[in-house]
Write a protein that binds this ligand. Structure first.
Ligand code: GCW
Length: 682
């Protein structure tokens, strides 16, 4: 269960010696729940790394030791640092510093709060794992983003919506589990990469989960909150908008009715009785058949503000999702465009949300495809709190049977310049709230874990969970740095392993893109479960997800001039870039334009030849992943080696299926042969 918290035993004598100096003794003079967690984690980590448990004491017992503490409460037992020497690091930041005073040599881990100290401990353990020299250490860190959240899509019956790694670790047979061991391990993993918030149940809230906010269920929910609290993580609940009816027996859930508002206020008070630091509600409303304010002729601000008012006295927040679109569209209707929906619904409401509401916007306008443009809603509301939603679980990116390392994709999103406030208005500055000075901002991502022994089904998919946490802690880390760190912590420091696995991870998103839907058009997956190719699977459906391939060409015209006008939702010059065929990036061409198969891309290739070329290359590169992995035989423990190999083999086979289905489909539509005469089934 240890994933990246393996703390592999350090064998090299030089490293042992360098670290042995400090690893014998931990001093912690202040006690809080989270600080105690930090000390326990450090002691455990050191024991795993060096084989011996350090002593833990309130006052120094030797000349070298590790001090774990809270800067504001530095007391006399730790007189080696003056408070004035300690920079302000904020609620969650920390300082790692090697302090030499007289005969003492101390490694200090100091937070301004206990949570900061906990993150500092995990950082120190990472350094120890990676064999970094600790002499003269001086690191000052603080997270760039406020909310660093995980969304579980777990259902009370133990199933997980879009889960590919077994059953829920939270719920079983409509009960919250009693044995919290696995949940605590999960909290450790999350805290170790800086996660500070979790919504424990699916945004699609069914009957049983609706009652999580009831007097009867709250004691059990509070036990979950206890586990997460000790790791600095706040608990949130996804709620059912019609709870006043479902639970409260009212005849309406109209957000403007006094009795409905009163019901939410009472409910909030009751929640805070049980969970004093409860984070708030996550809400999917008027989306994919979920109830919401529309049923009462109210808008989303009215819905969200009602909840916000109930939570406000307790410091809670409402996280309101913007995944709102018409999922009952008629494919014959060419004027409705799902990509426009979030912007069209929410942009007009800018400025009408309470300041404890934050809108959660998916990174793209459609739904977590392997390639989408950045959502034009990001940055479009300068008077409304926004946060960004990613999907770690690989719903459309291979379902943890295919390798698809998503950090490079998210990096591109964060580095996208929205131009919302002129040049340099990067998405990462919407995420960190600085672009418009937002009170609440940050990130949420849908988790990819279940009760599988390795957490994520595919062992290498662990890297996406780790990477999400690290990236939203500091968006300026590179995908390479994050990948390398994960590999070292997970598989050890052998250079060949590090290099090879890093190459695999970093290439995998493009490889997956190459053999699946081309040029940003998306979908082309089997309906419902979304695994494997089905080019027309969504073509005549209600979901608004079309590619419009005919015998002449393919793509969705979303331009201002002749299309749905979606491109016009972007700020200049992005609007013009996407509107014009000549400047639209190749990888998004079919998202914005309908073009003939013979259209020449900026790369110089025709669209049809690009389709063939990338399918063939993608399938070959899936084979390359196997070669890379097998070169590591003997260097990775047999269990993980075999498990990953098996999945890579499945992926390579499945990539051929994708290649052939897509190639044949477009050959049949276009009648144009591959320039290189490779096999395309007719
Ligand atoms: O991606 C789609 C999924 C649904 C999911 C929905 C959402 C939780 O297919 O399973 O429901 O998005 O994000 O609400």
């Amino acid at each position: 269960y240890k994933a990246w918290l393996q703390n592999h035993h350090v064998e090299q004598p030089e490293l042992r010696e360098a670290l042995a100096r400090w690893s014998g003794s931990i001093v912690a003079s202040v006690h809080t729940e989270v600080l105690d967690t930090a000390v326990k984690e450090l002691a455990l980590g050191i024991k795993q790394l060096y084989g011996e448990k350090p002593t833990v004491s309130k006052v120094p017992q030797s000349e070298t030791f590790i001090y774990v503490g809270v800067a504001d409460q530095l007391d006399k037992s730790f007189g080696y640092l003056d408070k004035s020497e300690i920079p302000r690091v904020g609620q969650e930041g920390y300082i790692l510093k090697h302090v030499v005073r007289e005969q003492h040599s101390i490694l200090a881990v100091l937070g301004e709060t206990d949570r900061g100290a906990l993150y500092g401990v995990f950082h120190l353990l990472r350094l120890m794992n990676m064999g970094v020299q600790l002499e003269h250490l001086h690191i000052v860190e603080r997270p760039r983003n406020q909310l660093r959240m995980i969304n579980q899509w777990d259902n009370a019956d133990g199933t997980i919506e879009r889960g590919y790694a077994g059953h829920s670790i939270f719920f079983n047979e409509n009960q919250i589990v009693e044995d919290m061991t696995r949940i605590k391990d999960y909290a450790r993993l999350l805290a170790s990469v800086g996660i500070n918030a979790i919504a424990i149940n699916n945004v699609n809230v069914n009957e049983v989960e609706t009652a999580f906010i009831s007097e009867e269920q709250l004691p059990a929910v509070a036990k979950l909150a206890d586990v997460f609290r000790s790791y600095g993580i706040r608990l949130y609940i996804s709620i059912h908008f019609a709870s006043p009816m479902e639970l409260g027996g009212l005849s309406s859930a109209d957000p403007l009715l006094p009795e409905v508002r009163e019901w939410w206020k009472m409910t909030a008070a009751c929640i805070y009785d049980h969970i004093p630091d409860f984070g708030g509600f996550l809400v999917k409303a008027d989306s994919e058949h979920r109830p919401g304010p529309f049923a009462y002729g109210r808008d989303h601000a009215e819905g969200a503000n009602m909840l916000a008012e109930a939570l406000e006295p307790f410091g809670g927040i409402v996280i309101w999702r913007c995944f709102v679109y018409n999922c009952m569209q008629d494919w014959r209707d060419r004027s409705t465009d799902r990509a426009r929906a979030a912007y069209d619904h929410f942009k007009p409401l800018d400025g009408s949300f309470h300041d404890n509401v934050v809108l959660q916007v998916k990174n793209g306008p459609m739904d977590f495809q392997v390639r989408e443009p950045v959502s034009p809603l990001l940055g479009a509301m300068n008077q409304t709190n926004q946060m960004i939603e990613f999907q770690i679980t690989q719903e459309y990116t291979g379902q943890q049977r295919h390798l698809c390392y998503l950090i490079p994709q998210w990096k591109e999103v964060l580095e996208f310049d929205t131009h919302a406030k002129g040049k340099g208005s990067y998405v990462k500055h919407i995420g960190d709230g600085t672009l418009f000075g937002m009170k609440i901002s940050g990130y949420a991502a849908v988790s990819n874990i279940g009760d599988d022994e390795n957490w994520t089904g595919h062992t290498l998919a662990q890297a996406n969970l780790h990477g999400y946490g690290r990236l939203v802690w500091n968006p300026d880390l590179t995908a390479e740095e994050i990948a390398e760190e994960w590999i070292r912590l997970t598989f050890g420091n052998e250079e060949q392993v590090v290099r090879t696995v890093a190459d695999m991870l970093l290439a995998s998103w493009h490889i997956y893109e190459q053999y699946t839907a081309p040029l940003g058009v998306g979908w082309m997956v089997a309906p419902n479960h979304h695994y494997g190719p089905d080019v027309d699977g969504y073509e005549y459906s209600r979901w608004g997800t079309y590619h419009f391939a005919d015998r002449e060409g393919i793509g969705v015209d979303r331009t201002d001039k002749s299309g749905t006008g979606y491109a016009g939702q972007y700020f200049s010059p992005n609007r013009e870039m996407y509107n014009q065929l000549s400047s639209c990036p190749d990888e998004l061409l079919l998202f914005f334009h309908h073009v003939p198969y013979t259209h020449k891309l900026q790369s110089g290739q025709t669209v049809i030849q690009h389709i063939y070329e990338t399918r063939f290359t993608g399938a070959e590169r899936a084979e390359w992943l196997i070669q890379q992995w097998t070169s590591l035989e003997g260097k990775i423990d047999p269990e993980r080696y075999e498990q990953v190999l098996e999945r890579l083999q499945e992926q390579a086979e499945h990539a051929k299926e994708w290649r052939d289905v897509i190639n044949t489909y477009f050959y049949r539509k276009s009648g144009i042969a591959d320039e290189k005469g490779r096999t395309i089934y007719r």
